[in-house]
Ligand binder design. Structure first.
Ligand SMILES: [Zn+2]
Length: 184
């Protein structure tokens, strides 16, 4: 899935909480955006493994939510939103394909690594590849509640993300041909 889909999923997850406690809307959104992006920084290491915790992320998120519930401050609330966003990202990567750029030619059986069982989860391919039309449709659907509830820079970031997603979807399959050989 696209980075924007992950970020919008994280934002959509915390949106109901932001309605109940609007005073924490900004730390919730900041935590969710960073949490939705963070796992893919393992592109620098072993992608879909180093920072992706589809199973181990559950107790971490439960801990983050519990801490924010017991001691709600901007920092604990942002941390809870971060753990939720990062877990959602890791688990939803299993709904797509593998990390390869051209899964329509060279599908892999490794979607995301489960550190608890010590094995790779297989790709479900409900979303065929990042930037597939169904990926963009989900991203846009997830952005609606966020755009309704949030305003200011958060809704501006989401609107910009929609534009980027649409552009990426249009060129996605051609991107593979433009990549230098060493990157493929
Ligand atoms: Zn990922």
């Amino acid at each position: 899935m696209m980075a924007t889909t992950h970020v919008f999923a994280a934002l959509a997850a915390i949106t109901p909480v932001a309605i109940v406690v609007p005073e924490f809307a900004t730390p919730l959104a900041v935590g969710a955006i960073l949490g939705g992006l963070a796992p893919d920084f393992d592109l620098l290491f072993e992608h879909r493994r180093t920072f992706h915790f589809p199973v181990a992320g559950v107790p971490v998120a439960v801990g983050g939510i519990t801490l924010a519930g017991l001691a709600p401050t901007a920092v604990t609330v942002a941390f809870a939103a971060f753990t939720i966003g990062a877990w959602l990202h890791a688990v939803s990567d299993a709904a797509g394909g593998g990390p390869e750029m051209d899964p329509w030619n060279d599908p892999s059986n490794r979607a995301v690594y489960d550190h608890v069982r010590g094995q790779w989860l297989r790709p479900r391919r409900w979303i065929r590849y990042d930037g597939a039309p169904e990926d963009t449709a989900i991203a846009i659907a997830l952005s609606f509640p966020v755009l309704v509830v949030f305003d200011g820079w958060i809704s501006a970031v989401v609107a910009a993300g929609i534009v980027v997603s649409l552009g990426y979807t249009l060129v996605r399959r051609r991107l593979v041909g433009w990549l230098p050989d060493w990157l493929e």
